[in-house]
Write a protein that binds this ligand. Structure first.
Ligand code: RUQ
Ligand code: CUA
Length: 653
């Protein structure tokens, strides 16, 4: 991605361009918006949006859900970052989700949401997202909007070209952005041999569980973005590469030397064959696999081996398609025939043809090889070049009506072009410096179309100023007619990269309303108020507590001591929709718990001082929510105050 901080030259250029646009219209008239924009995005109070959009939260580490066309923020899904609002990564049940081979890593950088697919269409079961920094892939369940699984990707640095799913969710595919020694080694930065890794992670069709099937060891370029083939190209995956110069320093100049880098075309069916023939080696890099169990508790398995297939030992597994210049996006049209490169520094948008590529492979129409991997002649695969695409084309999405839409960073615009003539037919400014763009279903066989969302890196004057940091922003466009029309600006959290969206009808009726209390298998569940209790095991005290409108039980506990580890296992006894309870304790070096109906969550508190400490419900749950509170008494270490509580068999009456 193009980070403004690292590309001052580019930003300068972009802003220069903006000055030319006269971005501030007098009198507060909508800038660049369609006259009837307000009516088109207005969703009346009480009405629902037509579309769910899942925006990556970038360096917030989470995913943000918006309704379209209103741009209303519906939910934040905690994924790679601890999220105190939900107690995610703080409660005992969720901490395991953030385990890695490096220990507990409570943050990451989310770039690309990817909906699970059946027959090339988003099926609404799961959303996968990547963590770029400590490479991981997460799976979010779309009946609960909660993260259910995170798998670390070993032998990889910069999990950027990820998690691009195949058309029947056979694999989520992930590639290395930063070449490193593979396997890791203590070598000279300048002289060491670095490699790249493309990982194929199997998705169990029954429950979505991920398993690293194999990794493909490839030359040490920066594999940037990817798409899995669909339709005619199913069985292949495509990866843009930059820094084929293999520079190790000052990449902005040193990785921009060559006219062309490559799109790597990987035949993963062929890779599967080679693995089946026993050609993969066993490597021993540890990686974490975190999964929420039947008891709703995240547990970690540290896995210590993986299958690595050296691409060189598997002839015809990978071909390089020369692509101008430092390509970023590698996107496939709905039929899977066209592979569109987004050359950040290119003057055209190159469009490769998959069928021409197969013919060129057949005819060995090669231009030599790199490292033994055939480089196919540029002319042999190219179906067309879109001229005049603006400065800095990045990503392309499709409307299913024969048009492609490419985001253009430096000149801050979207260009619409024809898949038949490869001519630009329309262009529209973005405010400002667009990265990804999204068309609902724009990466499926049948795009839903209708709207397009631009995700912009810079907002400058678009909103009320808020100190040095301004909000990032998305913009909604109408693409139902010949001309694109701007409808709406809406702020986003973190820095959104990519997003995916689907019609609300696909998932809205499948939403879980409450966890069934009868099926709660948490080891510390308390199913009725008669069962509440407090037990001491040495320095550990377990409190089996219940919450129901509008009290906790027990709500008086005595006999805790300074330095104890107190485990509050709070079960929410409610079985109604939209009645979570919260739990917060004075002085706890922790967040709150937010407990869904029927669920159990555990907060650990180590009291530091003697005294009386209140706890309370944080979620305004009823008219008597303010009354939903309790007290614990903490005595000095070694004190003789007996353990006592109210409720169940407790002795405080
Ligand atoms: S990126 S702005 Cu997907 Cu990280 Cu292109
Ligand atoms: Cu429970 Cu407020």
């Amino acid at each position: 991605m193009l980070h403004s901080s690292s590309r001052p030259g580019v930003v300068g250029l972009a802003l220069g361009f903006l000055a030319g646009l006269g971005a501030c219209a007098p009198g507060g008239a909508p800038i660049g918006a369609a006259g009837d924009a307000a009516a088109r995005v207005y969703v009346a109070p009480g009405q629902h949006d037509e579309i769910y959009a899942f925006l990556s939260g970038g360096y917030s580490g989470n995913v943000v859900v918006y309704g379209l066309p209103s741009g209303r923020l519906l939910q934040q899904i905690a994924v790679f970052s601890q999220y105190p609002e939900k107690g995610y990564g703080y409660s005992e049940q969720t901490k395991g989700m953030l385990a890695t081979s490096y220990g507990f890593v409570p943050w990451d950088d989310v770039h690309h949401p990817q909906l699970s697919m059946t027959d090339g269409m988003a099926d609404g079961r799961w959303l996968f997202v990547n963590g770029n920094n400590t490479p991981r892939i997460a799976r979010i369940d779309l009946t609960r909007f909660e993260t259910e699984e995170i798998i670390e990707v070993p032998n990889t640095a910069g999990g950027h070209g990820s998690p691009y799913i195949t058309e029947n969710s056979e694999y989520v595919v992930s590639a290395t952005r930063f070449a490193i020694p593979t396997p890791q080694a203590d070598v000279s930065i300048r002289e060491g041999v670095f490699g790249g890794m493309i990982s194929f992670i199997k998705v169990d069709p029954a429950n979505g569980h991920m398993q690293l099937a194999f990794q493909l060891h490839v030359p040490g370029y920066n594999y940037d973005l990817s798409r899995a083939g669909r339709g005619v190209s199913h069985g292949w995956s495509f990866f843009s590469t930059y820094n084929t110069e293999q520079a190790r320093t000052l990449l902005e100049a040193n990785a921009s030397q060559r006219d062309k880098d490559y799109i790597a075309a990987v035949n993963w069916r062929r890779a599967e064959q080679c693995v089946a023939e026993g050609k993969a080696e066993e490597w021993k890099t540890p990686y974490a696999h975190n999964l929420v169990g039947e008891d709703d508790v995240a547990r970690t398995e540290m896995i210590r081996t993986q299958k690595v297939l050296n691409a060189k030992s598997c002839p015809e597994v990978m071909f390089y398609l020369p692509t101008p210049k430092s390509p970023h996006g590698a996107d496939l049209d709905p039929t899977g025939e066209f592979i569109v490169g987004g050359g950040k520094l290119a003057t055209v948008i190159p469009v490769h043809s998959f069928s021409k590529m197969l013919k060129a492979i057949e005819a060995k129409d090669f231009d030599g090889d790199v490292d033994g991997f055939p480089v196919i002649k540029y002319e042999a695969t190219i179906a067309g070049e879109v001229e005049n695409p603006g400065l800095g084309p990045l990503h392309t999405e499709f409307d299913g009506n024969g048009f492609a839409y490419t985001s253009v960073f430096i000149s801050s615009e979207i260009v619409k072009w024809s898949l038949e003539t490869f001519k630009v037919v329309d262009r529209i400014p973005t405010y400002y410096s667009i990265g990804h763009l999204l068309i609902p279903g724009g990466d499926t066989k049948k795009p839903y179309g209708k709207y397009m969302v631009a995700m912009n890196k810079i907002t400058k004057d678009r909103y009320l100023p808020t100190g040095p940091e301004l909000t990032q922003s998305a913009q909604l466009y109408d693409i139902s007619g010949n001309k694109m029309k701007l409808l709406l600006d809406f702020p986003t959290t973190g820095e959104p990269h990519y997003a995916q969206a689907l019609p609300a009808s696909v998932i809205k009726d499948k939403q879980l309303k409450a966890y069934a209390l009868a099926e709660n298998r948490d080891p510390y569940v308390t199913r009725t108020e008669q069962d509440v209790k407090v037990t001491r095991q040495g320095g550990k005290v377990h409190v089996n507590m219940t919450a129901i409108r509008s009290h906790f039980l027990p709500d008086n506990i005595e006999g805790l001591q300074v330095g104890d580890s107190v485990f509050f296992h709070v079960t929410n006894l409610e079985q109604d929709w939209d009645v979570p309870h919260g739990f917060a304790m004075l002085g706890a070096q922790n967040a709150e718990l937010l407990i869904m109906p029927g669920q159990t969550r555990t907060l650990v508190w180590v009291p530091q001082r003697a005294g009386i400490f209140p706890f309370y419900c944080t979620d305004f749950c009823s008219a008597l929510h303010q009354e939903m509170q309790g007290y614990v008494r903490v005595s000095p270490k070694g004190s003789g105050v007996p353990l006592a509580w109210n409720g169940g068999s407790g002795t405080i009456k």
